[in-house]
Design a protein around this ligand. Structure first.
Ligand code: NAG
Ligand code: NAG
Ligand code: ZN
Length: 434
């Protein structure tokens, strides 16, 4: 024990990396009624609170609080009788420990296979993902094409793979589009997309998928923010652009999932550049969101399913997210959403939360405009979902999600994708006729 403490102090003393989070804490917030959830929403707006996991009724969320917010916010929660408890006592220390775990894990991976294989026992840095996409395209030229339609604001490639047995030339095939990493700090998102690539070309256990569908897989929409969250600010969520307004050089970045042209800049978003949910100077101000937009439009008539991977919350959410009204396709959206959730829950671990499925506004009591999934649905993609991947429940140690659970999350999510893709195909063919 003593040795542990000494090493630990030594480590803390030499690591200045997460200094900006000194004194920060995170709290579970567990509203038990809709009224309490609504109150949480009021506090969220009042204090501009950063929930890294949004609460639902009977489902705790997690909010991070800078030192100056801890007293007023916990007092407000107490006064309202909303259950809350400390999640992490000291964010800086928790991030240092996470870094240590990640570094230790990186050494293990390196020793095991010379660092050549894509890691699923550790988080995937942007360079590792880019290498992987390039390697896969080289190794499987018959089915895989690497596309780099544009570079990010800071000049990193925004790369995706097209996977198809017919080079996208058979126009009768439905297209499946999956993206990840638009919110950079959500590190579990990109691995679920690279895992889907792995399962489509390297370890094919569902050969029907590639027979029947064309795939577009974009693991990291926002490579600048992703890089920045590894090197500098762990909880960075936005892009890194500095050209939005006069203050944007001091407060860089736009929330990519508020930047789509769908009721842009109306709810659950901010027009203040420094805010974490800043929607940008205009819809599609960001090259990163324009890349997603252009993919959505390129194969619009035959895109059957669009999924965007986020974390955390163990939820599958659908339109309309800005106002809580159900779309004309709500029955199918719900049916396929439940199908995906059931497939995931079947393979999930007992201490992971069960998935919740529903309209994002109704589940979270929180509206947001300018989201990619709503935009995709509005332009005509019949099935569009936001995944909130698992994390943060008791037993999932580490601030975010212990690296030892990455592979589990990838595997169970894949089961959900397979179920969703097959159902989307049946709907596309008109086999399911509700
Ligand atoms: C896929 O991976 C599993 C688990 O590692 C392995 O048992 C199986 O043989 C692999 N299948 C193919 C077709 O590569
Ligand atoms: C919510 O937005 C959708 C999509 O634009 C629209 O069809 C619906 O009428 C809106 N609901 C309300 C109550 O305004
Ligand atoms: Zn997100």
């Amino acid at each position: 024990m003593r040795i542990f403490v000494v090493t630990f102090l030594f480590f803390s003393a030499v690591s200045a990396k997460h200094e900006q989070y000194a004194g920060w804490k995170s709290y579970y917030v567990g509203p038990s009624t809709t009224a309490e959830l609504k109150l949480v929403g009021v506090l969220k707006a009042q204090y501009d609170l950063d929930f890294i996991s949004n609460p639902a009724v009977g489902r705790e969320g997690v909010v991070v609080l800078s030192p100056d917010l801890q007293e007023p916010v916990t007092k407000a929660l107490n006064d309202a009788g909303i259950s809350h408890r400390v999640h992490v006592e000291d964010l800086k220390t928790a991030f240092d420990v996470d870094d240590e775990n990640i570094e230790r894990q990186a050494r293990v991976t390196l020793a095991r296979n010379g660092g050549k294989r894509m890691p699923y026992d550790n988080y995937q840095e942007i360079e590792v993902i880019d290498n992987y996409l390039e390697e896969i395209a080289e190794k499987y030229p018959e089915t895989v094409t690497l596309v780099n339609p544009a570079n990010s604001y800071e000049g990193r490639p925004i790369q995706y793979l097209k996977i198809s047995t017919t080079n996208f030339e058979d126009e009768s095939k439905p297209v499946i589009f999956i993206d990840g990493g638009i919110h950079s700090r959500e590190w579990i998102s990109p691995p679920t997309v690279t895992w889907a690539i792995h399962k489509l070309v390297e370890n094919v256990t569902e050969p029907d998928l590639l027979e029947k569908f064309d795939f577009i897989l974009l693991p990291v929409v926002n490579p600048d923010g992703y890089k920045f969250s590894f090197t500098t600010t762990r909880l960075w969520r936005k892009t890194r652009s500095t050209d939005q307004s006069q203050i944007s050089p001091m407060c860089p970045g736009v929330d990519g999932n508020r930047n789509f042209d769908f009721f842009w800049n109306t709810v659950g978003t901010s027009s203040i550049a420094c805010a974490d949910n800043y929607g940008g100077s205009r819809a599609f101000s960001e090259i990163e969101t324009r890349v997603v937009r252009d993919i959505l439009h390129e194969h619009l008539e035959r895109t059957a399913l669009y999924l965007t991977m986020h974390s955390f919350g163990s939820m599958i959410l659908y339109a309309w997210g800005h106002n809580g009204t159900l779309s004309n396709n709500a029955l199918n959206l719900h049916m396929v959403g439940v199908g995906m959730a059931e497939a995931i829950d079947e393979l999930s671990l007992p201490h992971f939360p069960r998935y919740r499925v529903g309209n994002s506004f109704l589940v979270l009591n929180y509206g947001a405009s300018g989201a990619s999934e709503d935009y995709a649905h509005a332009i005509g993609i019949p099935l569009a979902y936001t995944y909130e991947l698992p994390g943060l429940s008791i037993g999932l140690q580490g601030f975010i999600l212990d690296p030892r659970y990455i592979e589990q999350v990838c595997k169970e999510t894949w089961e959900g994708l397979v179920a969703g893709i097959r159902m989307a195909g049946e709907l596309y063919d008109g086999v399911i006729d509700p």
